[in-house]
Write a protein that binds this ligand. Sequence first.
Ligand code: B12
Length: 435
Amino acid sequence: MKKQKIVLSTLSTEGQFVNWTTQKHFTPKTVKYMPLGILSLASNIPDGHEIVILDPASEGWGIEETIQKIEAEKPDILGLSALTRRVYALNEILKKTSASYKVVGGPHATYYADEILQKGADAVFVGQLADKEFAEAVETKPLGIINCKTDINEINFPRRHFLDIESYFVRGEDATVFESNKRLPIFSSVGCPRKCNYCNVQLRDKTRYKNPKTILDEMEYLYSIDARSVHFFDDNFNSNSKNLKETLDEMEKRNFYVEWSGRGQVIMDLSLVERMVGNGFKRIHSGIEALDDKLLKFWEKGQTVRQVEEFCKVMNKNNVEILGFFILGSPYPHETEEYRRILPQKIRDLGINYPYFSILFPEPDTGYYRSLLRDGIYKEDHWAKFMKNPIRDFEIPYPYSEQKRKEVIDYTNRIIEDFKKTNYKHREELKNLKK
Ligand code: B12
């Protein structure tokens, strides 16, 4: 087989649909997110091909610049990793690049494979992991929809050397969030067993967990390339107690120690926390979402305030920092004035170090979005219309009144300012120390 030049790329953020979830305070200023998906693909391609990874999402390249960079490489195969909100950029790049075999994968492919094919892709890879199928495709170049069944334990972990690793270490203002700024991500599982209705992860496939031996091999590898802090950037790293316990067994067996943290759920085997800390665990990022049982039920979160309290108690006792995600802006009567009034104190009482507030947004393909249609709050299917003809910078109408929108934004900014005086202060102090 002739040597192929393969360019794998993320998408430019230019023209992406507007999302009002994240307020300015939480938008990272300098962080580049390592694109583990395309690194994983690159690490599983048969030897003998030339691979280039481009990351316009992290580099801040616009659409035209991205197209120029791709064209300058003259690839035989162009692989694009697509998030739904970047569908405008995806279509432009498909239209204006000249590789003879253009393929697309990633979360957006799950529901929109036909649309992507219509916009000029030769093949679309659908499924949680696509490494085996893509490796084959490099040589066979199939067309159309490829259903992927790659097993998480039958692939090489993502090698990071395709990128300038140093440039992905957290720096500047954003370094303050973590103990070590030589911090790199890993994924130890894919998928999420929960069924929260504002999220679309669970609709993709079953949760799969990496073998603890492979997780440790990868952590050791990250250490060898100078990482001193490892973040488990999973959907949900702690949902399988057996896997978590065996990962700790493996850390102890190898006597391997590095600072680590993870994105996981509140419902976990709390008896493991002390051992986790003994093995370097510093911080947990968890979707708490609300401190009210009715709200949690409304979100089909599958957790209770009681469980959140227990979780926080154990984390506090073991000095594990908690970054807790909260949703603000739930429709009345779920989020009441009284709830808003008492929320800050409740968060403080629970010892949640970094409350992270997001404003509710009807993501496409979520139960929440469908409920807005079902209840007649949206009179037409805005996302379906948009997906047929994605325009740049599209903004879905706010589902409730303009007054409510303003109220929610004001409240969110007020609560952020309030926590800046206490909890986020630690961040500011660290920033000064690192200067
Ligand atoms: C870690 C993560 C993050 C991290 C870092 C992301 C990064 N590195 O850029 C953070 C927290 C910063 C983040 C932010 C955001 N994220 Co995010 N994130 C994830 C998460 C949990 C895991 C991604 C991951 O690394 N998976 C592991 C790798 C190996 O899998 P993968 O990327 O899917 O790649 C495999 C396959 O998809 C496929 N594939 C992927 N690309 C391609 C390309 C080709 C050519 C082929 C053949 C195959 C292929 O093969 C890969 C290897 O097997 C996913 C959930 C999920 N399960 O995907 C959400 C997810 C991808 N994020 C999502 C969203 C919405 C966002 C944000 C836009 C949120 C926001 N409000 O800003 C931002 C965008 C930031 C960015 N840089 O793009 C959504 C995307 C939904 C969608 N349909 O587009 C997801 C699915 C979660 C959700 N709620 O639904 N995210």
